[in-house]
Design a binder for this molecule. Structure first.
Ligand code: ATP
Ligand code: MG
Length: 788
């Protein structure tokens, strides 16, 4: 294929410069919606079409699996359009349907299938499936290519077992979740258990290091890796083994990373090693036929709790580039036009983010008309908030016949906020999908079937064996299982060795022996088939032979039928996997399931409202966005209120949320909210007051009528007067509240001020009440009396 001239016409000059840049490093730095992802996508197409780069030599990192999939689709479409012009002399859409399909499938097989596009986790787990056998850790543990990927719940149960059973500690003091979090943080900083131990001055820290050490042993015994290992192990392997690094360095000539502001140190290290082959002297780098291309926006860095560090983005010029300033540099491109959002939305976002101190100022110009004002709504409580949002959805849907349910997104700070929205959507029969909520692959029945498959591929995976040894029931009791596990531990053998030995089972399992033996035969039988049958044949066979499907059918309840459908959906997922991938082994399928985020990835649909957290919304766009729960303590969240760095991160999160909207943006909050059980008065988020007032409207427009501006104006002036009123109250009350003051609250009694947020009319106070804990209170509304 040769590129036709119009290939790059969908790009502005700066984007074109980024796309056409062939070899060497390049940083694209720009605000939200400025076409960074588009530039990255076109760049891949251009490398293949214009520079004849073999798709196998390209590695592109996206932030989600969904983004990877969309990118592949876009590239496929671009190629198919090119091919249609070349071979048929007309646009793709003008061809008969069957020719379009055959062109698309040709493009898929020839180019797309061989491209490595995915998240850090999925790309590097793939590399590990080739080379993990060459890796060993500090204690000499090794893994084989059939390793299982333990998800968060697997990892937490391992930690729990170590804390309670192995170390006999109290799991209230060493809560598995927080211990696991500490281990994960250590891994994300590249620390081994020994490194962590050295860093720990106190008892708790040393215990965590000890748990970490046992945890690594247990992972190794199970031939399993956790999510963090999928990044850390490749780094260590590359550091250990020059040949392995050399191979992948030669393989990937062109490396591209989207959302570079959210990479952490370990991920950065992976990129650095692959690009440089581990050579630290810049003068030795050979950029012929090689590039590293990263795009990002420091204002959208929102994953510091996973150790993301946006200084990595800011340092790119020093690390890889020419280090020159704006006018002179040849290794950085800035994009300054926003193509996504209406001007009002963009202005609001720009103004909000200016409140952050840790940032580099940049230009982001609108290319679209002003659009409507941003609608703010204060609801009585979270139920009224959900009703408001759903009513708006319905009314917009009635007014704009072309609008689809998929045009709407509801964005919130925490997953727990989704429930009232779901209930309201269900009541009105509106289809919705929760992005990144309960993951498809986290459902019990799916985890069960996957546990069978994992045990077949990786018989060392004791966690999976134990999960299904008696599911469905085979008459194997807890005492039997304990006896088997203890025997394996005492003999330092994998559990599977005991299970698969009939004599041992007959000795240890008593009356349950029959059940254990039949389970072992089932797993053993399918192990023999793994190399000869396709994954879908194995999945189907195992589901039937294990009696799992039959058991669900026999139960005959609504719930079991639901589960049955999900299991069938899993079968569809295997079929789809076989169609789309090059490596169609069961092991590869299992890796993909461990890393897929949710059911949407199986069924893309334009037909449903999206409900998602702000964190999950990165990189996406929707015509209509509802940003809900804008309340102090919720968003910005409570923990950030006394930490300026975290508060800035919350503000970036708000910036991300606002800039997802293309046409309409709604911001909502409540007067009081039931959160985590108790009902509390709510104070509107400081972010609301940081937005330019003239862009906000407080009364709903009548969409479609051009005449709503008067209403909005009228409302706005009345708001001004109330605000002035408030200001005067607050000056009356300007009591110079300070931390440590003791106050009397009408309902809550005596408390002590622990934090003062904002000033003037925007002041709010965190007050600790002895029996109620900490609450955030607006002194302008609550009548507080100072106690002297
Ligand atoms: P984010 O920072 O949110 O990830 P981004 O910079 O990656 O945003 P894109 O998602 O690539 O931005 O683009 C935003 C929108 O603008 C998309 O709908 C895209 O198709 C459109 N777009 C990008 N570049 C252009 C262009 N040159 N002309 C017209 N539309 C464009
Ligand atoms: Mg993007």
């Amino acid at each position: 294929m040769t590129p036709t001239t119009d290939f790059l016409s969908h790009l502005n000059p700066s984007q074109r410069q980024a796309v056409q840049h062939f070899c060497g490093p390049l940083l694209v730095i720009a605000g939200a919606g400025s076409g960074k992802t588009r530039a990255l996508t076109y760049r891949i197409a251009n490398l293949i079409l214009k520079h004849r780069v073999d798709p196998e030599n390209i590695l592109a990192v996206t932030f989600t699996n969904k983004a990877a999939r969309e990118m592949k689709e876009r590239i496929q479409k671009l190629f198919a359009q090119q091919l249609a012009m070349q071979e048929y002399g007309q646009p793709l859409e003008g061809l008969p349907a069957h020719e379009q399909t055959s062109l698309r499938s040709h493009v898929y097989k020839t180019y797309i299938k061989n491209l490595w596009i995915g998240t850090f986790h999925s790309l590097f787990s793939r590399i590990l499936r080739f080379d993990v056998e060459k890796y060993y850790d500090e204690k000499g543990h090794q893994w084989n290519r059939n390793f299982s990927i333990f998800d968060e719940s697997d990892a937490q149960s391992l930690v729990k077992e170590i804390v309670t059973k192995q170390l006999n500690l109290d799991d209230k003091k060493f809560e598995p979740r927080s211990v696991r979090y500490a281990i994960s943080n250590a891994k994300n900083q590249g620390l081994s258990p020994q490194d962590l131990e050295k860093e720990q001055p106190n008892y708790r820290g040393r215990v965590i290091a000890e748990v970490y050490s046992h945890y690594q042993d247990r992972l190794a015994v199970n031939n399993a890796l956790d999510f963090d290992d999928l990044i850390l192990v490749p780094v260590r392997l590359f550091q250990q083994n020059e040949q392995v690094l050399g191979y992948w360095h030669r393989r990937f000539h062109h490396i591209l990373v989207d959302e570079y502001q959210d990479t952490n140190r370990i991920q950065y290290e992976l990129i650095r090693l692959l690009v440089t082959n581990g050579e630290t002297r810049k003068s030795e780098w050979d950029w012929r036929n090689r590039s590293v291309f990263v795009v990002g926006d420091a204002d959208q860095s929102i994953y510091s709790f996973r150790m993301a560090d946006f200084t990595i983005l800011l340092n790119f010029q020093e690390d890889f580039g020419d280090g020159l300033l704006d006018e002179d540099t040849r290794t950085m491109v800035k994009l300054e036009e926003n193509y996504r959002s209406r001007e009002n939305i963009l202005q609001a976002a720009n103004q909000l983010i200016e409140n952050n101190t840790q940032r580099i100022d940049k230009v982001l110009k609108p290319t679209r008309g002003a659009g409507e004002q941003i609608y703010c709504y204060k609801a009585d409580d979270e139920i009224a908030e959900a009703e408001f949002v759903v009513n708006q959805l319905r009314s917009l849907e009635r007014q704009y016949p072309d609008i689809k349910w998929g045009s709407f997104a509801i964005l919130y700070r925490t997953n727990a906020q989704s429930r009232p929205f779901e209930e309201s959507l269900v009541r009105w029969g509106i289809p919705y999908t929760i992005v990144g909520g309960l993951k498809f692959y986290d459902r019990k029945e799916i985890k069960d079937v996957l546990a069978y498959l994992r045990a077949i591929v990786n018989p060392f995976d004791t966690v999976s064996l134990l999960r299904v040894i008696n599911t469905p029931r085979r008459g194997i009791g807890k005492a039997t299982i304990d006896a088997l596990v203890t025997a394996a531990q005492q003999l330092s053998l994998p559990l599977w060795e005991i299970l698969s030995d009939e004599t041992s089972v007959n000795t240890l399992a008593g009356r349950s022996a029959k059940g254990v033996n039949s389970f072992a035969q089932l797993i053993g039988h399918w192990q023999e088939q793994v190399d000869t049958l396709s994954p879908s044949e194995i999945v189907q066979g195992v589901m039937e032979d294990s009696g799992y499907i039959k058991d669900l059918q026999n139960q005959g309840t609504d719930e079991s039928l639901d589960r049955l459908q999900n299991v069938q959906e899993l079968y569809n997922a295997v079929l789809q996997f076989e169609e789309e991938n090059e490596d169609v082994t069961l092991g590869a399928f299992l890796a993909s399931t461990a890393l897929t985020s949710d059911l949407d990835n199986l069924k893309e649909g334009q037909a449903a409202v999206s409900l998602l957290t702000l964190h999950a919304s990165k990189g996406l766009e929707f015509p209509v966005v509802f940003l809900v729960g804008l309340e102090q303590g919720l968003f910005p969240n409570f923990r950030s209120l006394d930490n300026p760095d975290s508060l800035e991160e919350e503000r970036r999160l708000c910036y991300v949320g606002i800039t997802r909207a293309q046409e309409l943006l709604y911001l909502t909050h409540t007067r009081e909210r039931r959160l985590y059980g108790s009902r509390e008065p709510a104070i509107s988020s400081q972010f609301l007051s940081e937005l330019p007032e003239e862009l906000l409207a407080f009364r709903l427009p009548s969409h479609g009528s051009k005449n709503h501006s008067t209403g909005v104006l009228a409302q706005r002036s009345s708001r001004r007067s109330t605000q002035a009123g408030m200001d005067s109250v607050s000056t009356n009350q300007a009591q110079n509240w300070t931390v440590g003051d003791r106050i009397l609250h009408k309902t809550f009694g005596i408390g002590e001020i622990t934090h003062v947020f904002g000033s003037g009319s925007k002041i709010s106070l965190a007050i600790k009440f002895p029996s109620l804990g900490q609450k955030i209170i607006d002194p302008k509304i609550a009548q507080l009396q100072r106690m002297d």
